[in-house]
Design a binder for this molecule. Structure first.
Ligand code: SF4
Length: 741
């Protein structure tokens, strides 16, 4: 029997709506949902491969437990008993603070991954928390925190209304966008051109997005911070700063400071360093200032670099100076449906990093996280506070963090390791217990994080498309681990975890005079929540307390989970709206254009201008059929352009006398990679994608292992970081290139 079910795609940040075909109890196909209010039928090859990913025979269906050194299948009861026993032993002997937790970025794409890991980290009381954020977007968080007082006050380009878009270090035609949730990003860029708008792309490679642009600027990798500072310089020097900053000057501190700082970064000062003619930088600044509306959007190429936080900050400094912050067509603050309803403007506590430091290298925490680059040393360096046990949730840091070889060895040394993961991969092969969550078809979907990055406010929910195949869902798996950590025991009722969160949240809300449920009885509100699994009750609570919610009956037309379920294609919540000054939480209650920590770090950037250029610099890249290391085990996605090759300019290849394969040597090691001539890449720049290197023993990744590629992150020895955010340098690594022999 054939049926269909609607499901938001969990494979990238675009959150497209899918229509799944279901036959004989399994998903057999996926196409775009034309009625989806956000994606309107758009789909890419990854979403179209939902069935293959869901049915991948290498997905684990039963837990694995290490016995006599060998991972073997076990029942769920056996596996949880081992977790209770062994994790309990480590906590009893060394304390919860000795347990390290690593969260991979698929957690942002699952309900359970969004709701439960914070409870586990809090219950352990550990400061050894790591995630893919310090391999990705942490610089943006830190910059936002210092400027706006909230590290999650994301600014996104208003793609549907802008007249001029500048894309730096991103290739949305291939990635479909990131930190700007926009289904059919490619279509939106084409629509921009069609309505007479302009597109500038800043990228060392002539990417597919650059091909579409009116202007392509190809700087040396890692120099975006200097280039952006020069744009700021021109805006001041040529009197191009927007009058009254486009109407928000009353909320902005630090204009004189930024003017004075930018004085040391004229286009002529930075031109050689960036490898960009000064005239091109001046033209960019003039175009930005002249456009009726404009948005500067920076992504991974401005983030995972030596000056990642400075670059992320300067992106929004330019948006502010050109009068484009918080206005239609510029960059705006989305308002997601599951965040607390906005409160009246007020001064906040501000944002700080470095409230504690990592044990071995003394890196400052950022958002309560230690850099992923420090994970190996925190495990393999003896001493007080050493990590004794690890919990990894949907993460593969052996491939995604720097110096995976060291981490690979270090993980063998922990006393106990649990992985909540569907695959036996490069990281989970070290686990003592692997707990595989059900496939996406059996899991619910709600974008707790990505809704707050959407370029158009919306809300959608997908209940599980198929019933569970007999195993617990991911919420129950994580809840049971939480019950062990909180001392309740593995046999406790998992719903206790959700009940506790609901009770705590409602107590806080009802005590807040500005809450939509101020002074109401908690019991009354709890009784109004939808009946169903704990995660649905929590989601219902969050929606009802949120900006569009029914405030538990006080706004009868407002959002509830029941109402959302009655709209299976989603609910359009309208275009982005201005949110200043309500969103600000700095101590001054204003935007800090020139926060002191960033001003201080600008000196480091200034000093870098005189540095000799490296002969070759490595950058990464995204592929349409891949997302990090997730997609390499699906035959339908393993071919085409999704290949782990070293892209190089043909003239560089000829000059070095290279044949088919090159040796790439970086500070952390060397790899051999097949060469792919790429006329569009800047000379002196080479590109290898990340997430590859599936060549270790003891995994169950049949397709990926057959074409393993090489692990590019091995080239960073773990010491190359953006010091402001602790984010690993994964773009702009100096390398030597030589013939393979
Ligand atoms: S663009 Fe992203 S969300 Fe959309 S179908 Fe592709 S992988 Fe899924």
């Amino acid at each position: 029997m054939t049926a269909t079910a609607l499901r938001i795609c969990p494979f990238c940040e675009a959150t497209c709506g899918l229509t799944l075909t279901i036959e004989d109890g399994r998903v057999t196909g996926a196409r775009g949902d034309r009625e989806d209010i956000f994606s309107a039928g758009f789909i890419c090859p990854k979403g179209a491969s939902f069935a293959e990913l869901d049915n991948d025979p290498d997905r684990l269906s039963r837990p694995m437990v290490r016995r006599d050194g060998v991972l073997t299948e076990a029942t769920w009861d056996e596996a949880f008993a081992v977790v209770a026993d062994r994790l309990g032993q480590v906590i009893g002997e060394h304390g919860g603070a000795s347990v390290g937790v690593y969260l991979g970025n698929p957690n942002a794409h699952t309900v359970a991954g969004s709701l439960y890991p914070p409870l586990i980290i809090r219950g352990l009381g550990t400061r050894q928390a790591f995630s893919a954020s310090t391999l990705d977007q942490m610089p943006k968080h830190v910059a936002l925190g210092h400027m706006f007082g909230s590290p999650i006050a994301f600014t996104v380009p208003d793609l549907d209304r802008t007249d001029y878009l500048v894309v730096i270090g991103a290739n949305p035609l291939v990635s479909n966008g990131s930190l700007a949730t926009a289904a059919d990003f490619p279509g939106k860029l084409r629509a921009l051109r069609k309505r007479g708008g302009r597109l500038t792309v800043i990228d060392p490679a002539r990417t597919r997005t650059a091909e579409l642009a009116d202007r392509h600027i190809a700087p040396r990798p890692g120099t975006d911070g200097a280039l952006l500072f020069a744009v700021v310089h021109v805006l001041f020097e040529e009197g191009l700063v927007a009058t009254d900053l486009g109407g928000i000057a009353e909320y902005v501190n630090g204009l004189d400071d930024i003017r004075s700082l930018a004085g040391g970064f004229s286009p002529e000062d930075v031109s050689d360093h960036c490898g960009v003619p000064a005239d091109d930088i001046r033209a960019l600044a003039r175009e930005l200032a002249a456009a009726p509306t404009a948005a500067v959007y920076g992504r991974i190429g401005t983030s995972t670099v030596e000056f990642g936080t400075l670059g992320s900050w300067l992106v929004d400094v330019i948006n502010i100076l050109t009068g484009n912050l918080d206005r239609p067509g510029g960059v705006m603050f989305p308002l997601g449906p599951a965040v607390p309803a906005p409160r009246p403007p007020k001064a906040g506590r501000g944002f700080k990093t470095g409230r504690w430091h990592s044990r071995v290298s003394g890196y400052p925490e950022a958002l309560s996280e230690i850099p992923a680059a420090a994970l190996a040393e925190e495990i393999d360096t003896p001493g007080e506070g050493q990590i004794k046990a690890m919990i990894t949730i949907a993460g593969n840091p052996v491939l995604s963090a720097p110096d995976g070889d060291r981490l690979d060895k270090a993980l063998d040394g922990v006393k106990f390791m649990i992985s909540i993961d569907p695959y036996l991969n490069e990281t989970t092969r070290h686990a003592d217990v692997i707990l595989p969550p059900p496939p996406p078809s059996q899991s619910p979907h709600f974008d707790f994080a990505l809704n707050n990055l959407a370029i158009h406010n919306n809300v959608r929910y997908s209940p599980p498309a198929l019933p569970l195949d007999g195993r617990p869902d991911e919420a129950e798996i994580l809840s049971r681990i939480a019950l062990i950590i909180y001392g309740i025991g593995v046999d406790g009722d998992p719903s206790l975890v959700d009940d506790q969160v609901i009770a705590t949240t409602l107590a806080k809300e009802t005590a807040d005079a500005n809450s939509p449920v101020a002074a109401r009885p908690v019991d009354e509100l709890t009784a109004m929540l939808v009946a169903g699994p704990g995660y649905e009750r929590r989601l219902d609570m969050m929606l009802r307390l949120g900006p569009y919610g029914d405030a538990f009956g006080a706004r009868p037309d407002g959002l509830t989970l029941e109402r959302l379920k009655a709209a299976p294609h989603g609910i359009d919540l309208g275009p982005l709206q201005p949110r200043l000054p309500e969103i600000l939480r700095t101590p001054s209650g204003r935007i800090e254009l020139a926060p002191e920590p960033l001003i201080a770090d600008a000196t480091r950037l200034r000093e870098s201008l005189g540095r000799d250029a490296d002969r070759f610099v490595l950058i990464g890249r995204r592929h349409l059929r891949s997302n990090n290391s997730w997609m390499h085990n699906v035959p339908a996605l393993a071919g085409g352009t999704n290949r782990c090759t070293l892209q190089m300019h043909p003239d560089d290849i000829a000059e070095l006398g290279l044949a088919d394969t090159a040796k790439v040597k970086g500070p952390g090691g060397e790899v051999l990679a097949p060469i792919e001539p790429m006329p569009g890449i800047r000379r002196g720049v080479v590109s290898l994608p990340h997430g590859w290197g599936h060549d270790r023993a003891g995994m169950r990744l049949g397709v990926a292992s057959a074409a393993p590629g090489v692990n590019v992150n091995q080239l960073n020895d773990g010491n190359m970081l953006d010091p402001m955010s602790g984010t690993a340098v994964l773009n702009g690594i100096p390398v030597d290139i030589a013939p393979a022999d």
